[in-house]
Structures are given as structure tokens and as C-alpha cells.
Design a protein around this ligand. Sequence first.
Ligand code: SF4
Length: 337
Amino acid sequence: MSIKIDKSSLERIILENHPKRIVFNAPDGLLTETRTIAHELESSHNLQAIVIADATYGSCDTVDVDAQRLGADLAFHVGHNVTIEKFGKMTYSIDAVDDVSFENVAIELSKQLKLRGTKNVGLVAFAQHVHELKNVARILELNGINGVVGKGMGQLHDGQIFGCEFYPAFNIRDSVETMVLLGQSMFHAIGLSLSTGKPTLMLDPYLNEVIDVEKTAQERLKKAVLSVYKARDAERFGVIIGLKEGQIMTDQSIRIKKELESLGKNVQLIALREITADRINSMMDIEAFVQTGCPRISVDGYNFSKPVLSVPQTEALLRVLAGKEINMDLFERKHWL
Ligand code: SF4
């Protein structure tokens, strides 16, 4: 079992475009293989290959502009398999797929669902395991359980989710009793649980375990709500625009600034590429932040010493400032931006 980068698409795109210089970026788990491939392509195609080794978390993390600044003819964004082939002026998305089998863990899932009396489950995966959804549905069906795979939308394939986009899962939530995520990713499983509001199980194909993520998801939710209440009393806010290519939301950030100002808050617009505790701590006079970059930065236990709210939390904050209660379903939505 290993993750395989789609080298044949890379070869095809290079042969079609004859680039002299190419650029890659990839998540950490695929960086070593990406660097190996970059080396190979330099020799086999007589070109220069540059690997941008900055942290890369999602399909929002393309490097189209950096590739242009580096004088490249093409860029390749590896490992966040999406329905579209090309981003921006020169960036191609290159798939990476995990060939681990879900056969055994799907059989274990069937046993556990039968014990619970569950008849209908939503089947969901992140990029590397989307191709296994049909196989898991087939095994469940053999055991009398209906596995529903929601339709894809935008960049998402059928049944696929990102850490901030959940359309295929959200759209089927009323027709299933439980959500099931294929793959070893608490990050995606927590997002799935909070966005659908459904009991959620995670299938770990490496350890053949079925993991109930409910407790962890509820802990994250409580922490996120606590940050909203902490932000309520702040007078000075920073509204952070994420500078990653797929995250820039200037209009929404300005709208939030105006809303907070209309409630008497002092607000400054800030732009950051990496929203880290160090950068937050460097702005000592600001008491609370809102960020429209990656919502997961606010939800996933980063050690910020001040509130750093995502868009759903900011909407909850505006409700609180208007004298209303927070709904605990603030993350039950298709998209967290
Ligand atoms: S914004 Fe965050 S969760 Fe969404 S795709 Fe980018 S890195 Fe993933």
C-alpha cells in the first residue's frame, strides 16, 4: 500500500507543452516523491524543475503566481485531486491515489452497523480514497446496508470532501443515519461530523479499525464556541485575509470589517500567508481576530493566545453581539467560507 502520483498525466502535459522550466508544490506527505519525480523529469525532458517546499494543505494552496515569478512555463499542484485540470494561468492539478484496500475494514464496518441496526449510511472520502467508495458500498450492500454516495459539486468528485467543503455529504444527510469517512484522517472526519451534524465513523484501512469521532468533534465544537464568547468583549479586532491563492476573500473580509465597525468595534484589515500563533502574538494591541483564509486554522486546536475566528464563528459572534444565543449547529453547512 502506497500513495502513487499520476506520472502519466505529468508526462502527457509536458509532451504537449514543451516547457523549459516547471514548478511543483505538494503536501508534506508527497514532497519526497514529488522531489524524486522532479529530478527524473529534469533528466528525461531536458528542463529545469523547481519544487516549492512551503507548507501545502489544500487545493487552495496553488502557486500559479510564484511559478510566474520564477519564470516557469508550467506548474503542477500535486495530491489534491479535483474535478478540474487547470488552475490560473499555468497550474495543472496532478492526482495522487492511495492503493490501500478497504475490503477488511468495510467488512468490520458492516458487522458494527448491523449491531447498531443502521440501514443507511453516507459514504465520504478525501482525495486519495475516492476511488474506493464504490467498493465499500458494494460490501455494505452484500450485508444489507445501503451506502449512499452524494453527488460532487464544483471541484469535488462524487463523495469527496475537503476540510472546508462538504457538499456531497451535506446534501445526503437527511437520507442517512450515519456518515462514514474512508481514510485515516481525524481532520476530515471532524469536519464531516460538524458539517452534517450526523454520528460519524472513520474507517482506518491500515489498522482495520472503525473509529467513532463524535467525542473529539464535540470537543472541537465547544472550543470553537468558547472562542466566540471570548471575542465578544474585545474592542480591537484584526480581520485577516488569507494570502494563499485559493483563499483570498477581500470582499468578504471588508464586509465583516464594516459589520464589526457598525457595532462599535475598532477593526484593522490584515493580510497573512501563514496564520500562526507567532504572527498573531506579534500584533499585541489587537484583542481578537477574524480570519477568512482557512477555517480549519480556527477549529483545529492551534495554540492561539487570543480568539481567531473562522467565518462560521464570526457569524455566531455577530449574533451574540446582537444579543442572541449561539446555535450549536454553527458549522452545519456545506461550505465553511
Ligand atoms: S481552505 Fe483549508 S480546509 Fe479548505 S482546502 Fe484550503 S487548506 Fe483545505
